[in-house]
Design a protein around this ligand. Structure first.
Ligand code: RIB
Ligand code: CA
Length: 326
């Protein structure tokens, strides 16, 4: 068995974050050291609550969930209830979490794990705005030499923006944080809209979640008369895809955040290019744009692996196979 990868999931659940967290918790190759919540899709109090609901759904109350930053570095918080619902996790309603929020600042937890684990062994998987990561870099710049990699969902180039014509939501919410991360020198792997818009939740794919047999946790749920994990996942997708299907007219919504975890598990499913990525922070018109030098015309040094393609069928096979083990 390959050595387990130590990861911290930094997240703003969010139904797609939720599917990503389930995928991680269902995959023995990944040692989830912590889940750190950040304000994004919905305010922090909801993102950390949702993160605990998701861990409990997976039967993983052992995974510590911490609260990180409740607002961007330098901007007012912009949220996305119009996509994710008021709770941020609309779909089948899950009970209030029994597991407590873990004591401690999520940013300090990121710093402590990176400093205490052997250098180069902890990957930061970022599914929301980069506020927690940038704050950790400000508080402890020395972590930049010790983080193995940052694998993040964010940005867009050929696919352009989803919250403005120029910007993707995670980068738009906190462009200063994104700029600090992309200038940190840390190994960065970007899963932008260019990739996630090729991982669409078609009806046939959603049906596969509903039909999942599931493992021990799922059987226990059914024994308690609760909806199966597959039904919960399908309800999340049904909820958040309604917006994207209407907007893009596609036969399904892009399943953004699970691409981050899938990359860790099966990088061969993705294709991209090492390029330079800079973040627009000044222009009101293009705030949060990821200026990816895909054609290498600037001479600026590459600072990220910018992914553009995914084997979507294999991606959904991985999702259903793994989550179907819970
Ligand atoms: O633009 C998509 C990203 O914004 C996803 O991470 C989604 O959860 C929202 O945070
Ligand atoms: Ca997210």
């Amino acid at each position: 068995m390959t050595q387990t990868q130590k990861i911290i999931i930094d997240t703003d659940p969010g139904q797609d974050d939720a599917v990503a967290i389930l995928l991680a918790l269902a995959s023995p190759e990944l040692d989830v050291l912590a889940v750190t919540a950040v304000a994004g899709n919905v305010p922090l109090v909801l993102t950390h609550t949702n993160a605990r609901k998701i861990c409990e759904l997976a039967g993983r109350r052992d995974v510590p969930v911490y609260a990180g930053c409740d607002r961007p570095l330098a901007r007012d918080l912009v949220t996305a209830e119009y996509i994710h619902g008021v709770s941020g996790l609309d779909g089948i309603s899950l009970p209030e979490p029994q597991m407590p929020l873990s004591e401690g600042d999520g940013v300090d937890v990121i710093i402590n794990h990176v400093m205490n684990e052997p250098a180069g062994t902890v990957s930061l998987c970022v599914l929301g705005p980069l506020t927690n990561i940038a704050t950790a870099l400000r508080r402890a710049p020395q972590i930049a030499d010790r983080v193995k990699q940052i694998v993040l969902m964010g940005g867009a180039y050929f696919e352009v923006g989803n919250v403005t014509p120029a910007a993707e939501f995670n980068i738009y919410v906190d462009p200063e944080a994104a700029q600090a991360v992309f200038q940190s020198g840390i190994r960065i792997v970007v899963l932008p809209l260019d990739v996630t818009h090729k991982a669409l939740t078609t009806p046939a794919r959603v049906a596969r979640f509903r039909e999942m047999a599931g493992g021990a946790e799922n059987r226990a749920r059914l024994g308690r008369g609760q909806p199966s994990i597959g039904e919960v996942v399908a309800s999340w997708i049904d909820f958040f895809e309604r917006f994207d299907v209407e907007k893009y007219g596609a036969e399904g919504a892009p399943l953004h955040d699970p691409c981050v975890i899938a990359y860790l598990l099966a990088p061969e499913l993705f294709k991209g290019r090492e390029v330079n990525v800079e973040i627009e922070v000044d222009s009101p018109l293009t705030r949060g744009m990821t200026v990816a030098d895909w054609w290498r015309v600037t001479g600026r040094e590459a600072n990220a692996l910018f992914l553009r393609d995914v084997d979507a069928d294999a991606f959904f096979d991985l999702l259903v196979t793994r989550i179907g083990r819970l």
